[in-house]
Design a protein around this ligand. Structure first.
Ligand SMILES: [Zn+2]
Length: 153
């Protein structure tokens, strides 16, 4: 990444300030930036890097939500806490349960807020939607002609 240089520093710095996300710009204005991204390998690689960061954040925060849901399910259905509460911490079972349940709920709320922030503040959702549409188009091209004609448009 450091070996390449931007071909137009003014446009490159504008794109950098937007984290190389031009999805929110009016289509008329977008053409110049799309042209620069097509020409400039530096900005194209930076854009790819920023989109992969967004996708990583989306995946990590979504996994956090799933893990907290799993932890709450474990608290609800498995009872190994009896042993831990008495022998390790010397606590009452109900105190231990309420403490862990509160921590699980707090973690779930924070991770849901993080997911919402990632999907609203970054172009991760539109980027992932674009990837899914591209995949669907590629799969549809590979379908045999007999199936293509029976598919509704
Ligand atoms: Zn550039």
């Amino acid at each position: 990444m450091a070996s390449t240089r931007c071909t137009d520093r003014v446009v490159g710095s504008i794109l950098a300030s937007w984290r190389y996300d031009i999805s929110g710009i009016h289509p008329e204005m977008r053409k110049d930036y799309e042209g620069h991204l097509a020409d400039c390998a530096h900005c194209r690689s930076r854009q790819k890097f920023h989109r992969s960061l967004d996708v990583s954040l989306a995946v990590l925060t979504s996994l956090a939500v799933l893990f907290f849901l799993f932890a709450l399910a474990v608290l609800k259905h498995v009872k190994p806490l009896d042993h831990v509460a008495f022998n390790v911490f010397g606590l009452d079972i109900s105190d231990m349960y309420h403490m862990l349940f509160s921590a699980g709920i707090a973690g779930l709320i924070f991770s849901v807020i993080a997911v919402v922030l990632v999907f609203t503040a970054t172009p991760a959702s539109s980027y992932l939607g674009g990837l899914a549409a591209e995949r669907a188009r590629l799969l549809e091209e590979r379908l045999p002609a007999g199936i293509k004609t029976t598919r509704p448009r």
